[in-house]
Design a protein around this ligand. Structure first.
Ligand code: CA
Ligand code: CA
Length: 303
């Protein structure tokens, strides 16, 4: 197993990044990650007054996958997401998020996390739902900030990117250059305030390679669902893209006839907001594997 320590951080996904490590496809790799503040807000009494925003949202990596070339897909099986002992949560002030205008100022809380719970107070304990906020390959040309989600992945803030799921990310440059960070101990759908319970941790994954799939956007698989993830300037654009990407996936990869693909999605697919706080918004569209299997068993593929 290869381990990449959190000292190997990037703040933009870039085709020019020097790899922190290289691995053959199928290798298990552990990534140690900072929280999204790169640890700056952990000391008691730390405030935004002394916070260096240029260090925000670090991602650990990148990992070079031997043999990965543009047009391939990285198949990333997320085996384990372990979160650290202390999370940071903030809300309000003039920062991003739909709640920002509702509060008179910014509030920040340090929240102990142990025994599978976030201890908001001694009485209020919330079960953790660990997830990976930032996970991406390098884009083909210009570097993209780790605050921004695009087709390479990045700051998607999708709650389904969690232990037990498989993320398929496009490869745009040789080696793919996979990096990840911005773990959340929990985050509500939409990330409506400004953040999740931001936390350091460790992610163990297996990175496999699928050759020349030519699927230029992120796809996610959970035990029960196929999920397209899309970004846009607005939630409307992100939502429409997520729906259309799923339609293309059902048509191109399963040969589902257009009427069945559309009606399956209309009847049983779910369009969900991932987040509304990042430079681009993200949305996802979920299709039940069980219902898709029934369609595939009982319809003629159109190829
Ligand atoms: Ca994030
Ligand atoms: Ca975050």
């Amino acid at each position: 197993m290869i381990r990449i320590s959190k000292e190997h951080v990037i703040h933009a996904h870039s085709p020019l990044d020097t790899p922190a490590a290289a691995a053959d496809p199928g290798t298990v790799v552990e990534f140690e990650t900072y929280d999204c503040f790169q640890g700056q807000m952990l000391p008691e009494g730390a405030t935004y007054a002394t916070y260096d925003r240029s260090l925000a949202n670090p991602a650990t990596g990148p990992l070079y996958i031997n043999g990965a070339e543009p047009g391939d897909t990285l198949k990333i099986t997320i085996q384990k997401v372990e979160v650290g002992p202390m999370g940071i949560l903030d809300v309000g002030g003039s920062r991003s998020g739909a709640l920002s205008g509702c509060l008179s100022r910014n509030y920040l809380k340090r929240l102990p996390v142990h025994d599978g719970h976030i201890w908001y107070t001694d009485q209020i304990r919330i079960p953790v739902r660990p997830m990976i906020g930032v996970i991406g390959t390098a884009p083909a040309e210009e570097p993209v900030s780790t605050r921004t989600p695009m087709n390479h992945g990045g700051n998607m803030d999708c709650t389904r990117i969690a232990e037990g799921s498989i993320l398929y990310l496009p490869v745009f440059v040789k080696g793919g250059l996979l990096a990840l960070g911005d773990l959340h101990a929990i985050m509500g759908e939409g990330e409506v305030g400004n953040c999740g319970v931001e936390i350091s941790g460790n992610v163990t994954l297996r990175a496999d390679l699928q050759k020349q799939t030519r699927r230029p956007w992120p796809l996610l698989e959970t035990p029960d669902h196929w999920i397209s993830i899309a970004y846009g300037d607005t939630l409307d654009i992100a939502s429409e893209k997520a729906v259309r990407q799923m339609f293309c996936y059902l048509r191109q990869e399963y040969g589902l006839p257009e009427d069945d693909a559309g009606m399956l999605m209309e009847m049983s697919g779910d369009l969900i907001t991932c987040q509304i706080v990042n430079p681009y918004k993200t949305a996802r569209f979920e299709v039940s594997k069980k219902i898709l299997a029934e369609f595939l068993e009982n319809t003629e593929p159109c190829w």
